[in-house]
Design a protein around this ligand. Structure first.
Ligand SMILES: NC(=O)C1=CN([C@@H]2O[C@H](COP(=O)(O)OP(=O)(O)OC[C@H]3O[C@@H](n4cnc5c(N)ncnc54)[C@H](OP(=O)(O)O)[C@@H]3O)[C@@H](O)[C@H]2O)C=CC1
Ligand SMILES: O=C(O)[C@@H]1CCC=N1
Length: 263
């Protein structure tokens, strides 16, 4: 496997594969900065190469560069991709059709939207097959991403919405965490105490949701005593339009993903 672009998400995928038992000998990574490549050699013992050499003989090529850098990369590697190669794109917004237009018809393309909790094997990835990808190709990508967390297969038309929800989603939750920590400090709590309270509350709430399968409204109602503190807080959130702000923010992310497709 060749992983082209070893930034945040490229390294996340690499580390997940190695944790899942892939051999470092079976993976080669590339990056624009040689010092970044050396960092990954030291950390994981993988091979590094230039893009052209890395795709030579690779069965699976994973592109993990910024969407704006993808066209240049495909121009470089496109002519070198042999028929039968599986090309996996983790790039937000970029459609399989756009990628297919830059590589040969014998190259199968699968689009993936991962997220950063993959760093702790708690990722959420959605995968979609391009025009020439078979069920077997999709299954290979499913297995690959399962090394980093959960995987769902979705029709490609959902990918912009997926990007806005689970791709960018960790950032919204960290934003909530930051806001709550600051509020705790504002109320006079020491910063480390506020941080511990908020992080464990986030983790506990996520675990409760996941383990009980309870509806979030029901779980929120369990916390909300009539005339109590939670009701006062939730009313204030509604008055400040927080629910509407989430809706608008997620629509903005979806729109941005559509724009990044460059089509
Ligand atoms: N971060 C996230 O949470 C998520 C990211 N993604 C997607 O993953 C992709 C990568 O994102 P992320 O890892 O955050 O970005 P990074 O900028 O951290 O990583 C991209 C890396 O690719 C390198 N690069 C750029 N062009 C080339 C090239 N031609 N050949 C080799 N390496 C190259 C960059 O080098 P340089 O630093 O010099 O630019 C950089 O190190 C994006 O398309 C993004 O949409 C998807 C889901 C979640
Ligand atoms: O912000 C971005 O564009 C990327 C895609 C999803 C998460 N990070």
């Amino acid at each position: 496997m060749a992983i082209l672009g070893a930034g945040v998400m490229g390294e996340t995928l690499l580390a997940g594969l190695l944790r899942a038992g892939w051999s470092a000998d079976d993976v080669v990574v590339t990056d624009r900065r040689p010092e970044r490549c050396q960092e990954l050699v030291a950390r994981y013992g993988v091979g590094v190469a230039g893009n052209a050499d890395a795709v030579e003989g690779a069965e699976t090529v994973v592109v993990v560069v910024k969407p704006q850098d993808l066209d240049d990369l495909l121009d470089e590697i496109g002519p070198r991709l042999a028929d039968g190669v599986l090309l996996v794109s983790l790039c937000a917004g970029v459609t399989t059709a756009r990628i297919e237009s830059r590589v040969g018809p014998g190259v199968a393309v699968v689009r993936v939207m991962p997220n950063t909790p993959a760093q702790v094997s708690q990722g959420m990835a959605a995968i979609s097959a391009g025009a020439h990808a078979s069920a077997d190709d999709l299954a290979r990508v499913h297995t690959m991403l399962a090394a980093t967390g959960r995987v769902v297969t979705v029709p490609e038309r959902y990918q912009d919405a997926v990007t806005a929800i689970s791709g960018s989603g960790p950032a919204y939750l960290f934003y909530v965490v930051e806001s709550m920590i600051e509020a705790g400090v504002q109320l006079g709590l020491p910063r480390d105490t506020s941080t511990e309270l908020v992080v464990q509350t986030m983790l506990g709430s996520a675990t409760l949701l996941s383990q009980t399968g309870g509806h979030p409204t029901e779980l929120r109602e369990m916390v909300t005593s009539p005339g109590g503190t939670t009701a006062a807080a939730v009313r204030t959130l509604e008055q400040h339009g927080v629910r509407a702000a989430f809706m608008a923010a997620i629509e903005a992310a979806r729109d941005r993903s559509q724009l990044l497709s460059g089509e």
